[in-house]
Write a protein of this length. Structure first.
Length: 358
């Protein structure tokens, strides 16, 4: 570690201990890799530059209704080219009557965190989930990534039953959680030290993987910052690096939990466009959890509204705005009408809850 890094973290980063530059990566990954990469190998079986086995992930998840949402379809289909392509593709995420209680006692009491989830997401589709706090969005993400098994029902991802943490997903959260003793490019490469088959090939293909990481950073506007440390980057730059880290192992599905919530409005909108461009180019599935209705309408093919706990999907809204979408569309009546419609559904749920508890 450099003298600058030592000065920045006199007591050690996050864990209080720095991994030696040539030593085990357990210390490096424990604070971040466990949350970011649920498919990490068991402790004690790590490559010299490898990761951690802890499985601790929070939020994101969703899908699409097989026969229409409970409240009916709220908008005619069509309009969005991306949505039209997705509608004829294969189902990628498939939830069939999924319920989850967090332990046996709650199951006995029939107290569920989410209930009666019947959703489907097409290959390459971008969906967003909105809803009040505590509605089960985080629980849904854990189910989608295989970190929680349902109490009832069936989950298929890419045609396969979910039986444990998935290797085909990448995740990014509101906090970038970059490892402060690693350069930006080394942070981005972290999944390649954890996820197979990259981990086994890392020694012989390190130069190739590093070149991939640098190109990805350049795509998101971080050319010239690849060898900087996280404290040398702005919040927006750190979040760009976090998204690159989530995509470096070329996952089929990207899960995003409020990734832009801590950023200023201008930076947030800039990152919307970066995510839009990455998705347009690579067509991975995206599941975005957000409280920003404008964000959901700008980015997604379909927006789902969750009810308050126990969580279930009560509204499906197809976003029939043409693609590619530029920021100017956010000022149009068509865009603002959709935002107001979604806000109305959430407001109605809040009023219903207030009356019920009065």
């Amino acid at each position: 570690m450099s003298q600058d890094a030592g000065a920045k973290f006199p007591d050690g980063p996050l864990l209080g201990k720095l991994a030696p530059s040539g030593g085990s990566a357990v210390h490096e990954v424990a604070s971040v890799g466990a949350k970011q990469f649920p498919d990490a190998p068991p402790l004690g079986k790590l490559a010299p530059s490898g990761g951690s086995a802890a499985h601790e992930v929070s939020s994101v998840g969703a899908s699409q209704f097989p026969d229409g949402p409970p409240l009916g379809k709220l908008a005619p289909s069509g309009g969005s080219a991306a949505h039209e392509v997705a509608s004829v593709g294969a189902t990628f995420v498939d939830f069939s009557d999924v319920w989850l209680a967090y332990n046996d006692e709650l199951l006995t009491q029939q107290h569920f965190a989410v209930e009666a989830i019947d959703l489907k997401v097409r290959q390459g589709e971008f969906i967003a989930i909105v809803g009040p706090s505590g509605c089960g969005k985080s629980t849904f993400m854990k189910l989608t990534t295989g970190l929680r098994m349902p109490s009832k029902g069936r989950i298929l991802i890419d045609g396969q039953p979910v039986t444990g943490p998935l290797k085909i997903s990448g995740m990014a959260f509101q906090a970038p959680s970059l490892l402060p003793w690693r350069s930006t490019v080394d942070n981005v490469m972290l999944p390649l030290e954890i996820v197979e088959p990259y981990r086994s090939n890392l020694k012989e293909k390190r130069k190739e993987y590093e070149e991939r990481a640098r190109k990805l950073l350049q795509k998101v506007g971080l050319a010239g910052y690849e060898d900087k440390f996280p404290w040398e980057l702005s919040g927006g730059m750190q979040q760009r690096a976090s998204i690159c880290r989530a995509l470096i192992h070329e996952p089929k599905m990207l899960l995003l939990d409020e990734p832009f919530g801590a950023l200023d409005a201008f930076t947030r909108e800039e990152l919307w466009c970066i995510l839009r461009d990455l998705w347009t180019e690579q067509k991975f599935n995206v599941i975005l959890v957000t409280h920003d209705l404008r964000e959901s309408v700008f980015l997604a093919d379909t927006v789902y509204v969750m009810s308050k706990s126990p969580g279930r999907f009560v509204v499906k809204r197809d976003i029939d705005l043409p693609r590619p979408r530029d920021l100017e569309i956010t000022y149009t009546p068509a865009f603002t009408d959709i935002v107001h419609e979604l806000r109305g559904h959430i407001g109605a749920m809040r009023k219903t809850t207030a009356v019920a508890t009065a």
